[in-house]
Design a protein around this ligand. Structure first.
Ligand code: PBG
Length: 331
């Protein structure tokens, strides 16, 4: 009698059998491509820490939209680098700012593209923090901290500006408390009850955002973001943040970063039935490129394996700088 009788290898015998029983798959429709629009440039400008990724002038928006669509990718998320910055992020509310202008251009070039806009003041403030600052009382140490309630007013206003420009989805990435409810109310009051909110519900204070801070020129000038982004040691808190945002009216949730937080993606997947995204962030992208450039691994295989792992953990869609090149390799 043959032993063993149960042989999982039977299903691995041919590519066709393997495809038949594959549990987690990737298609270009699962990808959201992050893009940076810079009001101060008039030609695409490469980002040195993120090979293949550029800042674009608004004048390139139409052609980019068509190129993205041609690769089969349906969704983008936009970040802006404005002409001016102040302590309140006022340029983020400018309807003529890089993000609103790029949204309008891309939307008119490819109307079916899902246009997402990152909502946060860090790209628009001189100090680079994700909110309006206030000084603590001298007796409490006198340090500058982010004022939650003042910040969510600005985020709500910014969301209306982006919705007005044509954004289908606004995506607050600031980690202030109550911002999803505030944004929902502001959108509804302005007549944008169909604009979706994708909440960066679970965003950790992570070292993996390093290259992005060059890309979006938004590194905090003092201190760090640990006073508002989550502590990497916490998992239960991710569920708390997710359920709060769901109750406030979020249409979709996101976990960020992805790779060091695959367990969190799985936890949130189980705790909520909302569509779930994961952000394969700049540092994750840069790591693969750095290793591949030194011949340490096969870039394309490592990329597809990484993206598959994020889907397998439970993400419906992935925000990733790999979107366009991975789209070509999806079977
Ligand atoms: C904040 C924001 C950040 C990223 C997306 N939105 C940076 C931060 O919180 O410091 C990081 C994205 C990435 O690293 O790819 N507006």
């Amino acid at each position: 009698m043959g032993f063993p009788t149960i042989r999982p290898r039977r299903l691995r015998a041919t590519p066709e059998l393997r495809t038949l029983v594959r549990e987690s798959t990737l298609t270009p429709k699962n990808f959201v491509y992050p893009m940076f629009f810079n009001a101060q440039i008039d030609a695409p400008c490469p980002i040195s820490t993120m090979p293949g990724i550029h800042q674009f002038p608004v004048s390139a928006a139409r052609e980019q939209a068509k190129a993205i669509k041609a690769r089969g990718v349906n969704s983008v998320i936009l970040f802006g680098l404005p002409k001016t910055k102040d302590d309140r992020g006022s340029s983020g509310l400018d309807p003529e700012g890089p993000v609103p202008l790029a949204i309008a251009e891309m939307k008119s070039a490819v109307p079916e593209l899902v246009m997402m806009a990152d909502v946060c003041v860090d790209e628009y403030t001189e100090h680079g923090h994700c909110g309006i600052l206030k000084q603590r009382a001298k007796r409490d140490g006198g340090e500058w901290v982010v004022d939650n309630d003042a910040t969510i007013e600005v985020l709500a206003e910014m969301s209306v500006v982006f919705a007005n420009a044509g954004a289908d989805v606004v995506a607050p990435s600031d980690m202030m408390d109550g911002r999803v409810g505030k944004i929902r109310m502001a959108l509804d009051n302005a007549g944008y009850s169909d604009t979706c909110i994708l909440s960066y519900a679970v965003k950790y204070a992570s070292s993996f955002y390093g290259p992005f801070r060059e890309a979006a020129d938004c590194a905090p000038k003092f201190g760090d973001r640990a006073g508002y982004q989550m502590d990497p040691g916490n998992a239960r808190e991710a569920i708390r943040e997710s359920l709060l945002d769901e109750a406030e009216g979020a249409d979709m949730l996101m976990v960020k970063p992805a790779l060091a937080y695959l367990d969190i993606i799985r936890d949130v997947r189980k705790a909520s039935v909302l569509p779930l995204g994961a952000y394969n962030v700049s540092g994750e992208y840069a790591m693969l490129h750095a290793a591949a450039a030194r011949g340490m691994l096969d870039y394309k295989r490592a990329m597809m394996e990484t993206l598959t792992s994020i889907r397998r953990a439970g993400a419906d869609f992935i925000l990733t700088y790999h979107a366009l090149e991975a789209a070509e390799l999806c079977g």
